[in-house]
Design a protein around this ligand. Structure first.
Ligand SMILES: Cc1cc2nc3c(=O)[nH]c(=O)nc-3n(C[C@H](O)[C@H](O)[C@H](O)COP(=O)(O)OP(=O)(O)OC[C@H]3O[C@@H](n4cnc5c(N)ncnc54)[C@H](O)[C@@H]3O)c2cc1C
Length: 308
C-alpha cells in the first residue's frame, strides 16, 4: 500500500501540522511519500526529507504552484494518484481547498477531517460540529482524506528520505493569485501555540483586547476570539476559533467573556486544560472548563496580569 501526503508550507517552511498528518498516514500503514508543490521551495523539500518514516519526497518546484492554487495543485495530485491508494492532506485552508477537487476528479468520496484511523479503509471523524463522532468506512479504490492535525501527535524529524524532482507543471489557467492579507504578529501561530487566550463578545470592543495582550505576552500565548467578537469587528477573522474558524488544541486554553456556544467548543474543546472567565455562572463554557472563574473580566484580567 502506498500513501501520498501533501506537505503544507509557505515555500520556505514546512508547517508543523504536516508532521501530524504523516502520523495519520503511519497509522494507516504503508509506504509514505510526501509531495511538496511550490516555487523556490528547496528548503521545504529538505525539511520534508527529514520527516520520520518517509520513503521519498516528490518536489514540484514550478511557478504554477507558487501560491498552491487549488486548480493547479489538484491537477498535479491527480496526475500522481495512480501510484497511491491513499492521498492525505491536512485539513487547513490549502488542503481543504484542493482536496475536494481531487476527490471529484477521481470520482471518489472524500473522507474529511479524520481524528482517528481504525484501519486502512475505516476512519473516525467528528460530525455535527463535533457533537457526534462517526466511524466511516470508505469502499472507494482510492481514499482521499483530510486530517485534523490536532488529533495526532507529530512524528519525529530524524529521517533521510530520497528527494525526487518532478517535471510536472500544470497551470490550469483558470485562476490567479491576487494578494494575501495576513496579520503580522510576533506571537505564536494560533494553530500551533501551546497556550491560547481568547476573547469573546464580553470584551465589548477591540481596544479591550489589549487586556489579553499583556497576559499573552507573559504566557507566550496566541490570542484567539469567538466569532461574535470577529463579527462585531473587534479583531480580524483569522483569530476566530471554532467550527468555522481555527481548530486548536493547546495545552492551556483561556476563554474570556465567551459563552461557550457549540460552534466555539468545536474549535477548542480538545484543549488539554480549559480555563473560563465569565460573569454568568450558567454560561455553557463552564461545562467544558477544568477551571472556571465567575467574575467580571475587567476586574480579573488586570489582576491576573499583575499576578503573572
Ligand atoms: C454555522 C455557524 C458557525 C459558527 N462558527 C463559529 C465559530 O467558528 N466560532 C465561534 O466562536 N462561534 C461560531 N458561531 C457563533 C456561535 O453560535 C456564537 O454565536 C458565538 O460563539 C458567541 O460568541 P461569544 O461567546 O463571544 O458571545 P456571547 O454568546 O454573546 O457570549 C458573551 C459572553 O461574555 C460574557 N460576559 C459579558 N460581559 C462580561 C464581563 N464583563 N466579564 C465576564 N464575562 C462577560 C457573557 O456572560 C457571555 O457568556 C457559529 C454559528 C453558526 C450558526
Amino acid at each position: 500500500m502506498a500513501i501520498l501526503v501533501y506537505v503544507e508550507h509557505d515555500n520556505s517552511e514546512l508547517k508543523a501540522d504536516t508532521l501530524k498528518t504523516v502520523a495519520a498516514a503511519q497509522a494507516i500503514g504503508g509506504d509514505i511519500d510526501l509531495l511538496v508543490a511550490g516555487e523556490n521551495c528547496q528548503a521545504v523539500a529538505d525539511a520534508a526529507a527529514k520527516v520520520n518514516g518517509v520513503r521519498k519526497v516528490l518536489v514540484a518546484d514550478n511557478a504554477a504552484y507558487t501560491n498552491q492554487l487549488a486548480e493547479n495543485v489538484s491537477a498535479l495530485v491527480v496526475e500522481l494518484a495512480g501510484d497511491y491508494d491513499h492521498i492525505l492532506a491536512t485539513a487547513l485552508s490549502v488542503g481543504k481547498n484542493f482536496m475536494p477537487r481531487v476527490a471529484a476528479l477521481l470520482d471518489v468520496a472524500q473522507v474529511s477531517d479524520i481524528i482517528g484511523v481504525e484501519s486502512a479503509d475505516t476512519f473516525v471523524r467528528p460530525i455535527y460540529a463535533g457533537n457526534a463522532i462517526a466511524t466511516v468506512q470508505s469502499l472507494d479504490a482510492k481514499k482521499v482524506i483530510t486530517v485534523r492535525a490536532t488529533a495526532f501527535d507529530a512524528v519525529a524529524t530524524d529521517g533521510s528520505a530520497e528527494v525526487v524532482a518532478l517535471s510536472n507543471a500544470t497551470d490550469a489557467g483558470i485562476s490567479a493569485h491576487v494578494s494575501d492579507e495576513l496579520t503580522e504578529s510576533e506571537r505564536p501561530d494560533l494553530g500551533a501555540a501551546s497556550v491560547v487566550i481568547s476573547g469573546g463578545r464580553g470584551m465589548q470592543n477591540g481596544d479591550n483586547f489589549k487586556l489579553l495582550e499583556g497576559i499573552a505576552d507573559k504566557l507566550g500565548a496566541a490570542i484567539g476570539a469567538s466569532r461574535a467578537a470577529v463579527d462585531a469587528g473587534f479583531v480580524p477573522n483569522d483569530m476566530q476559533v471554532g467550527q468555522t474558524g481555527k481548530i486548536v488544541a493547546p495545552d492551556l486554553y483561556i476563554a474570556v467573556g465567551i459563552s461557550g456556544a457549540i460552534q466555539h467548543l468545536a474549535g477548542m474543546k480538545d484543549s488539554k486544560i480549559i480555563v473560563a472567565i465569565n460573569k454568568d455562572p450558567e454560561a455553557p463554557i463552564f461545562q467544558v472548563a477544568d477551571y472556571g472563574l465567575v467574575a467580571d473580566l475587567f476586574d480579573t484580567l488586570p489582576e491576573l496580569e499583575s499576578k503573572l
